[in-house]
Design a protein around this ligand. Structure first.
Ligand code: NAD
Length: 244
């Protein structure tokens, strides 16, 4: 768990997409420890237990982020949001030959479209408040040019463009938009793709010889969400232990 406490996050209403596992779960725990009011959106049954464990300031909303109507209804029910963390994604592997128009739409919907729709939904209240923070989760994958996830990497490259465009469109209303770019983070899902030997290889390639955990990413997201980052917008913040 990150050790810093940001007074400006206490009581803030924070929405985290995909907060049910992995980095998202780390974010939910980290914002809960700041005594923020946390709302996380996911499609996992296990997420109920996470919300119950963390108490009544943490709320789980079952919501398929690829369903625009469900996302809009969920965010309307949540109310005015101070911090949006666009975290959810899906890094299924695929080949160029697998890319049909339908598959393109599905991958973009799970990895890119909901970030824009969530931002659109929270922006009016942030504008009225004259402040707000949006943090998007990018990925080192396309910077490395990793094989086997063409559309995920395409979407993740788009998220960096989205970050700069949104920061530009929303900055005059006091809304900050940043992108956090993780390296390889140890999560349950990543063990599908990486053996212990692969993990050791990644650590060997990093400048820092440590395994990255969700709390390392959460530490950066907390800072960017807090008022301590008042002059930070439109940029990428890496948490990759110097892998790239
Ligand atoms: N773990 C890593 O090594 C790594 C590296 C680079 C970038 N990232 C990025 O960090 C973020 C979190 O990654 P992670 O590894 O924790 O991912 P993960 O796959 O472990 O977790 C993603 C969460 O999003 C949820 N989700 C997926 N599709 C959804 C949908 N349609 N509706 C609602 N919820 C949905 C999943 O249920 C899950 O809880 C992602 O944006 C990812 O691209 C992760």
């Amino acid at each position: 768990m990150p050790s810093a406490i940001y007074p400006s996050l206490q009581g803030k209403r924070v929405v985290i997409t995909g907060g049910g596992s992995g980095i998202g779960e780390g974010l939910v725990r980290a914002f809960a420890a700041q005594r923020a009011e946390v709302h996380f959106l996911d499609i996992l049954d296990e997420a109920e237990a996470l919300a119950a464990e963390l108490g009544d300031t943490v709320h789980y909303h079952r919501c398929d982020l690829t369903d625009p109507a469900a996302l809009a209804a969920t965010l309307e029910a949540v109310g005015a949001v101070d911090v949006l963390v666009n975290n959810a994604a899906n890094d299924d592997r695929h080949r160029l030959e697998d890319v049909t128009p339908e598959y393109w739409d599905e991958r973009m919907n799970v990895n890119l479209r909901h970030l824009v729709l969530a931002a659109r939904a929270v922006a009016p209240a942030m504008r009225r408040q004259g402040q707000g923070a949006i943090v998007n989760l990018g990925s080192i994958s396309w910077h490395l040019g990793q094989p086997g996830m063409l559309l995920y990497e395409t979407a993740k490259a788009g998220i960096e463009g989205l970050t700069r465009a949104l920061a530009s469109d929303l900055g005059s209303d006091g809304i900050r938009v940043n992108c956090v770019i993780p390296g390889n983070v140890k999560t349950p899902r990543q063990s599908r793709w990486y053996t212990p030997e692969d993990e050791a290889q990644i650590v060997a390639e990093q400048k820092l010889k440590l395994r990255i955990h969700p709390e390392h990413v959460a530490a950066m997201v907390l800072f960017l969400a807090s008022d301590d980052a008042a002059a930070c917008t439109a940029h990428n913040y890496w948490v990759d232990a110097g892998w790239l």
